[in-house]
Design a protein around this ligand. Structure first.
Ligand SMILES: Cc1cc2nc3c(=O)[nH]c(=O)nc-3n(C[C@H](O)[C@H](O)[C@H](O)COP(=O)(O)OP(=O)(O)OC[C@H]3O[C@@H](n4cnc5c(N)ncnc54)[C@H](O)[C@@H]3O)c2cc1C
Length: 461
């Protein structure tokens, strides 16, 4: 914290809330302010670990009365580390992890600190699921407010397409319920508009039946055939049914037991496959992928959906340094394939990767104007994910990501996913919201004219 940072009156804050107050010097201060991306090292003046919605209201009022900036923490996964602020009040929701499932109505009410794993565990107990992301330690709150996509999104839409209602603490301290019928403008804005419009204290999601096991796994190909495989993937993806999702990951092979030891550490093309239909009928799709050519290894079969949702967790654990750059694509042009293959051929660290996430299907059948999220035309979201351990690698890794971003830009749609944007991309926010940006600015003026909620991918009022 710099010398000018405000000093918070601990006893006043402790009296104002039921939850725990954590301040600089406390034993758990560093652990509480630490987020997923180790590049982020911000020092709030105080942290409130909220015990419930009343604490959110009280903490917000406390900060506003004293002119303190605030940040809101769900799962702490945003690449830009916006859940933690320097010298302000961090409103930490991460202890609020409750998930209540109504299996008959097929609804789940989720508290704002829940991680994807918490939601999956509660809903899968009833054979139900809602589309979430691919790393189970991600926070539901931030993921949802930016849009949210994962393996089920081609079949059931984005996470926001399954959001039925939310409770929100506004900048004025008033708690509102937003849904299609209640405060519909606010409901529109929070479905993609991030944390710009208030602090969500409960999300109600629609749930869908899911089979006990899905067909899922990895096919691994040599990097020297990257261009060929990407061209075959392009044709394959165009014909894929909604229940099928296959991404591309270009990276160095982790020491997975199904890969021969000599492949470990070699640059490879990985196709993670997920099929939510009957595993038996998924075999024909698998055969089409096998026809891409000789594989270095393959590990595909029926797996519990909950296990697949956690399959990538070991590769994405917290604590590493990370820098991302991302583009939306309406399709994979030859130029895009050339950029992908070129930069995958010179990965700057063992854990860096470029991934191509497949959208389309139900996620693209929602009109762009229906929610704040504007990337409905994005069939593919490409994220270049530089990841390394030591600060000495900062320059090489960050430059690689930026250079790939520049080289691939001419082939991209111009849109972007706010949940993948780093802290230095504030100027990209209008483009990320495209035709929805003007309405978002109007609503920001209405719901948060003082820009209280500004530690985020900010929509300035
Ligand atoms: C390893 C990894 C894998 C990922 N995979 C996917 C994926 O498969 N699909 C996908 O869509 N995204 C994915 N993401 C991106 C993810 O959606 C964002 O990082 C998202 O911000 C995570 O939510 P969080 O609650 O953990 O974020 P936090 O960092 O806690 O919060 C981010 C921002 O969200 C806002 N916010 C959080 N909680 C609230 C709340 N209750 N009310 C109001 N505002 C709030 C705040 O502005 C905050 O600054 C991934 C991220 C990582 C690091």
């Amino acid at each position: 914290m710099n010398a000018a940072a405000p000093v918070v009156d601990r006893s006043a804050l402790t009296l104002a809330v039921t939850g725990t107050v954590v301040m600089p010097g406390d034993a758990d201060y560093d652990a509480t302010r630490t987020v997923w991306n180790a590049m982020v090292d911000r020092k709030p003046a105080a942290i409130v670990r909220c015990a419930g919605e009343a604490d959110v209201v009280a903490a917000l009022r406390f900060a506003r009365e004293r002119g303190l900036p605030i940040s809101v923490r769900g799962g702490g996964h945003h690449i830009a580390g916006t859940s933690v602020c320097d010298g302000g009040l961090m409103i930490d929701l991460s202890t609020l992890k409750g998930v209540r499932v109504d299996a008959v109505a097929r609804r789940a009410v989720v508290e704002p600190g829940a991680l994807l794993a918490d939601v999956d565990a509660a809903t899968l107990a009833h054979g139900l699921a809602t589309p979430l992301g691919i790393n189970s330690t991600t926070g539901v709150a931030g993921l949802t407010l930016g849009g949210g996509f994962g393996w089920l999104s081609r079949l059931h839409g984005l996470t926001i397409d399954n959001l039925v209602a939310a409770r929100i603490v506004g900048a004025d301290g008033v708690v509102r319920r937003a849904s299609a019928d209640e405060h519909p403008d606010l409901f529109w804005a929070i479905r993609g508009g991030g944390g710009n419009f208030g602090i969500v204290t409960a999300f109600t999601f629609a749930l869908h039946p899911i089979a006990a096991e899905v067909l899922a796994g990895l096919l691994v190909f040599p990097m020297d055939r990257c261009r060929e495989i990407l061209r075959a993937y392009r044709a394959f993806a165009e014909r894929a049914p909604d229940a099928l999702n296959v991404w591309v990951v270009l990276r160095k092979a982790p020491p997975l037991p199904f890969l021969p030891p000599e492949v470990h550490g070699q640059a490879v093309v990985v196709l993670p496959l997920f099929y939510a239909g009957d595993p038996g009928s998924g075999e024909s799709h698998l055969d089409l992928l096998r026809a891409f050519g000789p594989r270095l290894g393959e590990h595909v079969g029926p797996v519990p959906y909950g296990a697949w949702q956690q399959a990538f967790d070991p590769l994405l654990a917290a604590g590493a340094r990370n820098y991302w750059k991302s583009h939306n694509f309406t399709g994979l042009s030859d130029g895009a394939i050339e950029a992908l293959a070129g930069y995958a051929g010179r990965l700057p660290s063992d854990h860096s990767e470029i991934f191509v996430a497949l959208l389309g299907g139900a996620a693209s059948r929602v009109p762009t104007s229906a929610t704040a999220y504007a990337g409905r035309d994005a069939r593919l979201v490409v994220n270049v994910h530089a990841r390394w351990e030591d600060a000495a690698g900062d320059d090489a890794c960050i430059s690689w990501a930026r250079e790939f971003y520049r080289a691939s830009a001419p082939f991209a749609s111009g849109g972007a996913y706010v949940n993948f944007m780093t802290g230095d991309e504030a100027s990209r926010v209008p483009a990320a919201y495209g035709e929805n940006y003007a309405r978002l600015v109007d609503l920001k003026r209405r719901f948060d004219p003082d820009n209280v909620f500004r530690t985020n991918q900010n929509i300035a009022p």
